[in-house]
Design a protein. Structure first.
Ligand code: AMP
Length: 439
């Protein structure tokens, strides 16, 4: 199967060939023909599957083929949860549209809105945006949604986690009812199903495994280690293994900073990436990590989510996530085509409950090891104390105000449904009114 076989124009095929794509990925093969037909789509796909080209290519083709007034009203909108993902998606849009007469733009919070307003007013065919800033720009009359033809929700699950549901529904309330809707999500909780049911009309469901999933085998390793010795243990692992590129997850921004400082002090080039870092600092950290000038990227779950981080041989969970699904997202970063990846978790006594929740989700017991010289001495807290300490880790999501595109994640109730695809809501007609302001 080639990109031309999928029905894409020669201008788009040329652009993807220049990107070095030899053939469409499975999600692209499955999604592109339906999107070209104008159907709504519910796609189960995470980063690494080629999902961005999966929706961008057919949408660009649609835009290029459809007549539009001279002033170029906005006709396609991609909503993403984070600034980094918005920037990445827009980079792709620009690259894929280089041989088309298409104007694109990206807007997100944390940077000056004035240039964004000027670009939007000059006329844009396709916009990539985080919901909070976009709503703000809409309130300031910088953009109109009246001519939106295609709406794409990328990483919809994360947008919900980050409390964007109200903003999304508000944005949708300004759009015409007749439009194409594409929803991409890695997981399908009840909230996502509800969102999808409210937005999509007779959607086609497609599912994609990460590109290398068939070849991919992730080994889970748990090291039981005292909380106050985790840094020392991490340095030992990295140095003993002579690891060159490791993604380390911490639960908090403060924890990421603290660990990074200690790693740097120990002579391991590292950088932290999280929501309190400026946009410039985040971009620089990611670039340095990709080009090998830093070995360790210490990230919080939200910051790492949606980033085009290469698949790595090792991912370290410095702390276990208190939401088991986040473990699945984290380990999705490890493994390379044909090679096994290692997901390493450092688990102290107060995290044993999180480990059991993850094991329930994975339906697999994680093998625990104790390393000589690092034998744990902390004792497990009684059950009640454990759940109390769990409370203190999460932060309540306040919802509502959403000018930041990288806010603290709400603490979801753990659920154990896995990554099952949702059944399309076939009962809805195409003329159903999109629901406004839910939740
Ligand atoms: P995504 O899942 O959209 O974040 O894409 C993950 C990575 O795969 C990006 O670096 C894309 O440039 C790359 N990619 C997308 N489609 C293809 C393809 N058909 N062949 C090879 N690489 C691809």
């Amino acid at each position: 199967m080639t990109f031309s076989d999928l029905g894409l124009s020669s201008a788009l095929v040329k652009a993807v060939e220049e990107k070095g794509y030899a053939k469409p990925s499975p999600i692209q093969e499955k999604a592109i023909p339906h999107i070209l037909e104008g159907k709504d789509l519910l796609a189960s796909a995470q980063t690494g599957t080629g999902k961005t080209a999966g929706f961008t290519l057919p949408v660009l083709q649609h835009l290029a083929e459809t007549k539009h007034p001279k002033y170029r009203p906005l006709r396609a909108l991609v909503l993403t949860p984070t600034r980094e993902l918005a920037a990445q998606v827009h980079d792709n849009v620009r690259e894929y549209s280089k041989y088309l007469n298409i104007k694109s733009c990206v807007v997100f919070g944390g940077v000056n809105a004035k240039p964004q307003i000027a670009t939007l007013r000059s006329g844009v065919d396709i916009l990539v945006a985080t919901p909070g800033r976009l709503l703000d720009l809409h309130d300031r009359k910088a953009v109109s949604f009246k001519r939106i033809d295609v709406l794409i929700l990328d990483e919809a699950d994360r947008m919900l986690d980050m409390g964007f549901v109200r903003d999304i529904n508000k944005l949708i309330s300004f759009m015409p009812e007749k439009r194409q809707n594409l929803l991409f999500s890695a997981t399908f909780s009840n909230d996502i199903k509800k969102l999808a049911a409210g937005i999509l009309k007779n959607p086609v469901s497609v599912e994609a495994e990460p590109q290398n999933s068939t070849a991919k085998k992730v080994t889970h390793k748990v090291y039981k280690v005292d909380k106050n010795r985790k840094t020392e243990f991490t340095i030992k692992l990295i140095k003993d293994g002579n690891w060159k590129q490791v993604l380390v997850f911490t639960r908090t921004k403060h924890g990421a900073n603290k660990l990074t400082q200690k790693l740097v002090k120990a002579g391991v080039p590292s950088a932290a990436i999280h929501g309190n870092k400026s946009q410039g600092a985040r971009t620089k950290a990611l670039r340095n990590f990709k080009d090998g000038s830093i070995k360790i990227l210490v990230a919080t779950d939200i910051a790492a989510r949606g980033l085009d981080i290469p698949l790595l041989p090792h991912v370290i969970n410095f702390e276990l996530p208190n939401v088991p699904e986040d473990y699945v997202h984290r380990i999705g970063r490890t493994g390379r085509a044909g090679a096994a990846g290692e997901a390493i978790s450092l688990v102290c006594s107060e995290e044993t409950e999180y480990q059991s929740e993850i094991e329930k989700l994975l339906k697999e017991k994680l093998k625990s090891t104790i390393v000589e010289g690092f034998e744990p001495t902390d004792t497990a807290p009684p059950k009640r104390a454990a759940s109390q300490s769990k409370k203190s880790f999460g932060r309540k999501n306040k919802g509502g105000n959403s000018n930041s595109s990288d806010r603290n994640k709400s603490k979801r109730k753990p659920h154990f449904k896995g990554n099952k695809s949702v059944k399309p809501n076939s009962g809805r007609g195409r003329t159903g009114t999109p629901k406004k302001k839910r939740s």
